[in-house]
Design a protein around this ligand. Structure first.
Ligand SMILES: CC(C)(COP(=O)(O)OP(=O)(O)OC[C@H]1O[C@@H](n2cnc3c(N)ncnc32)[C@H](O)[C@@H]1OP(=O)(O)O)[C@@H](O)C(=O)NCCC(=O)NCCS
Length: 288
C-alpha cells in the first residue's frame, strides 16, 4: 500500500485535478474504463452530469496533494444498478481501497454492479475476481471518424410518431430484453436526441435511437429491425439516417458498442465504414 495515502469523497473543488488525471488514464488501454469520455471536456461533462441530488458518489485516493486513484458511482433505481466509473489507479490494491470506501455510500436498493473496462486493462481481471464480479460478454466499440463521409441515404426513414409508441416499445423489448432503457422509456424520447423509425406510422418495422454526447460526439444507442423484416436494407437505412441526423447536429465522430459476437450488426457497421476502436469487457455482480 502507498505510504501516506488517504481516501475521501471528491468535491467540486477537486474537479480540475480529477479531470486531468482521469484524462491521462483514459488514453492508456491498460487503464481505460468504458462509457466515460476520453477528452478533458467530455470527462468534465460526464462527471458533473452524473445524476443530481446526491444519487452519485465519487471518491479519490490522495498522496499529499496528488490524486493517485479515483472512482465514481452512478446509480439508478430501474434497474437497481450502479455503473462504476473506475476504479482508476496504478494497481488493484489502491483500487480495492477506493471500491470498499465507495461501496459504503451505495443506497441499499442497489443490488447490481457493473464495471466496463478495456479488455487490455492491466489489473481489472484480478480486481474483479477479488470483489466477486463475473466476466461478461465483451462488446466492440466502433467509430465512424470525422473524416468518413456518411453514406448516401437509402430507403425512407422518418421521425418516430405517437402512433409508433406501442410498436416500437414492443419491438425494443423483444430485441433488447432486460436492457438499461426499457421500451417505455425509449419511446418517451427523454434519453435520445435522434429517434427514427422505418415502416408505416403505427406499424414500424425498425427503429434507431442515438444521442449527441457531452464531448460533441454522436452515440448510436440502439437499432432494431423486426425479425420478419430483416435482410431488406432497413437496418442499413436506419443507421445511415441516424448518421446524417447526428452530423447535422454537429457531431464529429460517431460511436457505438455492439456485442463482439453479433456478426450481423458488425458486418453492417463495417460495410458503412465504422472501425473497431477497442473491446470493452463488462464485469458484473448481482445480475440474475
Ligand atoms: C442488426 C440489424 C439491425 C440489421 O438489420 P437488417 O435490416 O436485417 O440489416 P440490412 O438488411 O440493412 O443489412 C445490411 C447489411 O448488414 C449485414 N447483415 C445483415 N444481416 C446479416 C446476417 N444475418 N449475417 C451477416 N451479415 C448481415 C450485411 O452486411 C448486409 O449487407 P448486404 O445486404 O449487402 O449483405 C438486425 O439484424 C437486428 O435488429 N438485430 C437485432 C438487434 C441488434 O443486434 N442491433 C444491433 C446492435 S445495437
Amino acid at each position: 500500500m502507498v505510504t501516506g495515502m488517504h481516501v475521501r469523497s471528491v468535491t467540486d473543488d477537486d474537479l480540475d485535478i480529477v479531470v486531468a488525471t482521469v484524462a491521462r488514464w483514459q488514453l492508456d488501454p491498460g487503464h481505460h474504463i468504458g462509457y466515460l469520455s476520453c477528452t478533458p471536456d467530455g470527462i468534465r461533462e460526464d462527471l458533473t452530469g452524473l445524476e443530481p441530488n446526491g444519487v452519485s458518489e465519487a471518491v479519490g485516493a490522495w498522496q499529499g496533494s496528488s490524486l493517485i486513484g479515483f472512482l465514481a458511482a452512478e446509480w439508478d433505481t430501474t434497474p437497481p444498478r450502479v455503473w462504476w466509473h473506475g476504479p482508476f489507479a496504478r494497481d488493484a490494491d489502491i483500487a480495492s481501497v477506493l471500491y470498499t470506501e465507495a461501496h459504503e455510500h451505495l443506497p441499499t436498493h442497489v443490488t447490481q454492479e457493473e464495471i466496463a473496462a478495456d479488455d487490455r486493462h492491466d489489473w481489472m481481471p484480478g480486481f474483479a475476481d477479488r470483489h466477486g464480479f463475473i466476466r461478461s460478454e465483451a462488446a466492440a466499440v466502433l467509430t465512424l471518424g470525422p473524416d468518413r463521409a456518411p453514406p448516401p441515404a437509402e430507403s425512407p426513414v422518418r421521425p418516430l410518431t405517437a402512433d409508433d409508441t406501442e410498436g416500437v416499445t414492443a419491438l425494443h423489448d423483444l430485441v433488447f430484453p432486460g436492457t438499461h432503457t426499457p421500451g417505455s422509456l425509449l419511446v418517451s424520447g427523454k434519453h435520445h436526441d435522434v429517434l427514427l423509425a422505418a415502416g408505416p406510422p403505427g406499424a414500424p418495422t425498425g427503429y434507431i435511437a442515438a444521442e449527441r454526447q457531452a464531448d460533441g460526439e454522436g452515440y448510436i444507442d440502439f437499432v432494431g429491425v423486426a425479425p420478419e423484416s430483416r435482410g431488406r436494407g432497413i437496418g442499413r437505412s436506419l443507421i445511415v439516417a441516424a448518421v446524417h441526423a447526428l452530423r447535422e447536429s454537429g457531431c464529429t465522430s460517431i460511436n457505438l458498442t455492439v456485442l463482439e459476437t453479433n456478426r450481423a450488426a458488425r458486418s453492417l457497421y463495417s460495410a458503412l465504414g465504422f472501425t473497431e476502436e477497442r473491446i470493452l469487457r463488462p464485469w458484473r455482480k448481482g445480475f440474475v
